[in-house]
Design a protein around this ligand. Structure first.
Ligand code: ZN
Length: 176
């Protein structure tokens, strides 16, 4: 009896192993592919960047900001457009096109918040226009998980962002 079952079990185990390896490779290649796609630029290149969003989205974010004295946070959807200005100078336009998932309020611990596909937005209800040390530390660990972008809203239509490749804070006021 056992001798009859053994080959079948061996066969099934082998199939399972092969399928697992294929799925694993798929995930790995998928992840690598995703990272290539979301690669912002080559590390050696200097660049300028801008952040754009439409007025409706800015108004939505303004509403979350104004609605509560508490901090809110959310995953954001970012796309980008690269323009090679010269050999070693790249311009990157970032487009904040929406929020992904739920908006969360206060008591929020950046470091334990779930990961996002692109990055996060959070508010500074007291109007502080720069990233805190905790924000930067959290962003550094989120970068390792594939995030590329972080933005804060610190006033009506007032935003500041950093990217994986440039921790220099850039302020943006949405006027359109
Ligand atoms: Zn913050």
């Amino acid at each position: 009896m056992k001798q009859d079952i053994k080959p079948i079990i061996f066969f099934l185990t082998t199939i399972c192993t092969i399928v697992s390896i294929m799925v694993g490779l798929g995930v790995i290649f998928g992840a690598i592919d995703y990272k290539f796609n979301s690669e912002v630029f080559m590390e050696t290149t200097s660049y300028n960047s801008n952040l754009y969003m439409n007025k409706e989205l800015a108004d939505e974010l303004n509403t979350y900001y104004a609605d509560s004295k508490r901090e809110f946070s959310a995953c954001i959807i970012i796309s980008q457009e690269k323009t090679q200005v010269s050999n070693d100078n790249l311009n990157i336009d970032y487009y904040l096109t929406g929020i992904e998932g739920q908006v969360k309020y206060s008591g929020f611990d950046h470091s334990t918040n779930e990961m996002c596909n692109y990055g996060t937005i959070h508010s500074h209800p007291k109007g502080t226009p720069y990233f805190s040390i905790a924000d930067i530390t959290a962003f550094k660990s989120r970068i390792k998980e594939g995030e590329t972008f972080a933005v804060i809203i610190h006033g009506e239509n007032e935003f500041t962002y950093i990217t994986r490749n440039d921790f220099e804070e850039k302020k943006v006021v949405i006027t359109n």
